[in-house]
Every structure is written in structure tokens, then in C-alpha cells.
Design a protein around this ligand. Sequence first.
Ligand SMILES: [Zn+2]
Length: 330
Amino acid sequence: MARFRPEELPVNPVDLTGLDAEAAAGRLAELIRIPTISSRDPAEVDRSVFERHRARLAELYPHTHAALEREQLGGGALLYRWRGVTDEPPLVLMAHYDVVPVAGQEWSRDPFSGSIEDGYVHGRGAIDDKGSTVAILEAVEDLVAGGFAPRRDVHLSFGNDEKVAGVGARLAVEVFRTRGVAPWAVVDEGGAVVSGMFPGVAGQVAVVGLAEKGLLDVELITTDAGGHASAPVRGGAPARLARAILALEDHPFPARLHDVVLGMVDAVGRRARSRTARCSPTPRGCGRCSPRSSPGPAGKPARWCGRRSPSPASRAAGRPTCSPPGRWCT
Ligand SMILES: [Zn+2]
């Protein structure tokens, strides 16, 4: 078990000098209020809303839009070029500014209010993916304003139809190919900061997305001779289709754990709490850990913290609690 305890690595705090997080959150909120909703049906897409979003980007990030070249591809994908001081292959930073509809969904806030509460910006697209758009532009804006010149070209590629598997990103690739540009690295939206995704791992985990599962559309067609409903043919076209669909279901790609997955399991496994993990902070004093016979290591006292979560009164009083509760604690 000791093998799987994490090494304690010193982490230097991030230098936040000059970062105006509130202003950045305000800009994200403002962009959330522009409902750039994608649809597979072009007639349902309000192009004027997308136009407004693009115009607002230019107003919110004036240094970026003065220093970088910006072109529009197809129906509204944006491709920027920030010229570097060398001709080394460029870095491409991607995001998308369209969102999926909200119809039929329950929201605790108006999804297009961009309300900011308790340090969170709420709304459709806050994470997926206007948050990335804003993070990239905030960084570039700050660097441009400070006179920074990148060593290599940096391209910003912002899609307008990612949510409907549209053509924005494909057009950007075609532009690069046509111009003979082979990126050095491409960074697109990835994971988020999540809680509770990995069993036994308490706290927040920043998930780094290194790959994305693909999508496959299959069209199955079969034909049969016509007939009368009074004399159905066994094993006819519908049955063949059903068997074909089941055959697809029965033949998934073989599961495999490649290095990236194994690395993630190893990393989060080191942070997982075992059944006999020590409560943190110590359960003594939380008032819920009672002595019992122990399933833990022989000779060690054990306490059982049986409550699922601290009571509001306990939390309000600032009393220590077992974390996570509901387990044997040595
Ligand atoms: Zn996305």
C-alpha cells in the first residue's frame, strides 16, 4: 500500500500578479449571455447571434485583435495568427464558441444569464467551451499588452459548429494544409476540474484529456421481396437488420489499457484512500467516530466514522470531521 501513497512534491504557487480574475469572469459571463446555439439544421442557427459574439470578442480583447491576424472560415470559424520571431512550426490553441441547446433541461440558473456567484460563473458554455476561449484570449491579451513576442507562430482556432460535428475545424486544417503549415503542437479543450469521478479519490482532480473517443455512423440497408402482412416471412429484412445491429453490439473494439490510461490509473490510485485509510483530519473530536472492533491492521485501534456527511451544525461550528466519512479509520 505504501507504494501507492503519493510522493509529496513541492508545488510553487502560481504567480497571479496582474491577473484580474473578476474582470475575466465578467468577460466570460458576457459571452455566455450571447446564446450561440448550434443546430444540425442550418435554418435553426441564428447567424446574427454568432456575428455578435465574434464582434464582441474583438471589443473585449482589443490588443489581441490589433496584433493578431484574424480570418473567418466558412460560416463563422475563426482562425488567428500571432506571428512568432522564428519560423519554427506553430502552436495551435483550439476552442469553440457554439453551445448545445437548453430546451427540455432543468437549470438552477438561467443558462444564459452568466450569473457570477460564490466564485463561479454559471451558464451554458461556461465549461464547454467559452471558458477555454476566454482563458486563451485572456492569456494572449495580457502577453500582447506586455509586449511579448512568441518564439514560434501561435494560431488560435475557434470553431463555430463543434457541437454538431461541423466543418469549422476541418476548414482550419485545410487552410494549414494549403499553406504548408504543420503544427508543432495542438491543444484543444480537454478535461475539467472534477470531484467524485474516481472512486475513493477525495477532493478535486484536474483531468487532462489526451485523446478523444471517436464517432462512427453506420448505415445498414437490407431489402426483401414484398409480401402480405397475413403471411409474414420469418427471418426477413427486419430480422436481418436486428441481427446485424446486435452483431455490432457484440463486437466492440477490444479493451486495452495503454500507457496514458495506465498512467492516469497510477496517478489517481496513489491519491485514493484505502479502506483503512487514516481519517483526515483525525476523527478524534468529530463526535461521530466510535470505537469498534477493527477490520484494520492488527494491534491498531480503529474507529468507525459512520456518518455520511457532517451535520450543518457541526460544519457551522467548525468541528473537524472524518474525510471521507463512512469508513474504518486507523
Ligand atoms: Zn466542447
